[in-house]
Write a protein that binds this ligand. Structure first.
Ligand SMILES: [Fe+2]
Ligand SMILES: [Fe+2]
Length: 133
């Protein structure tokens, strides 16, 4: 499943947008590798994706803390459930449980994109409001 970047994913925070785009690109490269039967390459991308995702969640939490974002606590909870999901996906990949794995990965990506649209964009709005007041 190839996913395209869309303006509705923009938070307006350049560093976070950059990281989100990179995650999306990596997920797309992963799908391409799988489709072409390059399992080893797919495995490497998946490992990199997991690292990039964890780094992103950490950077984003630091950013929200820095701007004094009031919904930080709840947002961190959402991140923790995502972190749990990606671990499951990696296990399924290693077990060669192909169907479960593809399903979970699609689920994660749609979860991530919805999260960006619904939750991440809110800290961008908060930041802009703060700048105005
Ligand atoms: Fe994010
Ligand atoms: Fe987030």
């Amino acid at each position: 499943m190839f996913m395209e970047w869309s303006p509705e994913f923009e938070t307006g925070v350049p560093e976070m947008d950059k990281q989100h785009r990179r995650l999306l690109d990596m997920a797309n490269s992963f799908h391409t590798a799988l489709k072409e039967g390059e399992k080893e390459k797919a495995r490497e991308i998946l490992i990199d994706f997991t690292k990039a995702l964890f780094n992103h969640l950490r950077d984003e939490e630091r950013f929200m803390e820095k701007i004094g974002y009031p919904e930080l606590e709840n947002h961190v909870k959402l991140h923790r459930s995502l972190a749990g999901m990606i671990k499951e996906v990696r296990d399924e990949f290693e077990r060669n449980d192909h169907r479960a794995f593809t399903r979970s990965l699609s689920l994660i990506m749609s979860w991530l994109l919805t999260h960006i649209k619904k939750s991440d964009r809110k800290y961008g709005i908060f930041m802009r409001e703060q700048a105005l007041s």
